[in-house]
Design a protein around this ligand. Sequence first.
Ligand SMILES: [Zn+2]
Length: 502
Amino acid sequence: MPDTLPPSSVVRCTQHLGKLDSKALEPVDQLLLILPERIPTALWKRIPQGARMQALMRKRTKGDLPALQTRLANKRQTLVVAGRVKAGGDAFARLTFARRLVGAALGEKAGCLGIAVLGFDDENTRDLAEAAVAAALAASFNLPEFKAKPTPSRIRSLRLLGLAERLDLSRTYAEARGNNLARWLTALPPNVLDATGYAGALKELADEQGWQYKRYSTKELEKMGAGAFLAVAQGNDNDSASIVRLRYRPDKASTGPDLSLVGKGIIFDTGGTNLKPFLSMLDMHGDMGGSAVAVGTLLAMSELKLPLAVDCWLAITENRTGPNAYKSQDVITALNGKTIQTIHTDAEGRMVLADTLTMATREEPGLVIDYATLTGAVINALTTRYSGVFTNHADWHPRLKRAGRASGERVWPFPIGDEFLEDLKSDTADIQQCSAKPLGDHILAGSFMAEFIEKDTPWVHVDLAASHHKGGLAHVPTEVTGFGVRFTLSLVLDEKILEDSE
Ligand SMILES: [Zn+2]
């Protein structure tokens, strides 16, 4: 039986400077050879048994991936999988290339995977090596299995070869750990990751990482008046639902948060009283994916020891049918005092997030980012290749897109605001939960949630259209993508968005 938390051991990566010679290749079982589109003859001379490879590659069609697959005549009969890639491509193209190349190398027994990037300038060498390591770390990680014979990991160790200088891979490693955690939690069955199991796993993780842990039980939330969260939670047959707050502080000082991450943690979404049909409900144990991305991001930031005070808020409950479940036309009072006319019980994500965003923003973070598998509309708009972003700082749209491009987790901004609230006008309450018409629900959801942000807190909402993508996405080989960790790190570290969110 796997644990609720993934194994914490990570595949080790060693770096070897200098020539790629047969000695450096001795322990390597599979070698990824990453080469430019046009390979000068001088380059083949730098590769052991290069002349033979050059001859073999002539027989291949341009654009083949792998461009070459052969074995070295050495003791280990190292499998060589070569790929040709254009210099200067974007992160998504690089990561996708890396996923495919790693995939081609892993058809056989687990072992030491070597990576050599040859024939590029320093910047491209670094970017391509980083992409290959990211793809290898994602591929080495197995999602939870409950079989008599679990699948062994396909990579035992990594070896970067032929480098001119050492690479700093700490961010790649931290992002991989965050992404792996997000994918693991999302893939767990809903009877293992139930609300109690989830809160317990978060407590265990918090203890391990030295984070503060606070669980707001339904009783406490009742006292506080978090009616929007509780409307969804009241359909459960027990009171295991809760809002959990995790706190990472880089030093002991009890400062307020610079950044708050908020996640939708619907353990299983039946749709509630407005029940989903079978196929729409089939994968609804993944409806807590937003919360998993929030925790994964916190883990990556904490592993990197970022000098930022980060809070993480997770809204954890099921959305069930039953005699106590909320229903259309119920009028509910949210934590911030606004009344909500319920329209559709399957629009539960914005309900639980409304109160959680109020709680998070009352602590006046410099920025709040929420993650949620929120709407089908965003998938209709974008497919599952991009995720949708929404913000109360419309001037940030270009920066959000840039962070998406730089990280390989691509996002596309949509508008929100008062204008769209016209579609949520209610006769019986301050606001309607959603519209009965199927137009732009992702935009209406974002506009609705903006009404629960307090203190004018700068806010970014990520509607995770790309949380699942058949065949994997970018460097990630599984359908569950853990999308969002790399994007957020890029937004904070590359775009330095916190410096402008005062
Ligand atoms: Zn739903």
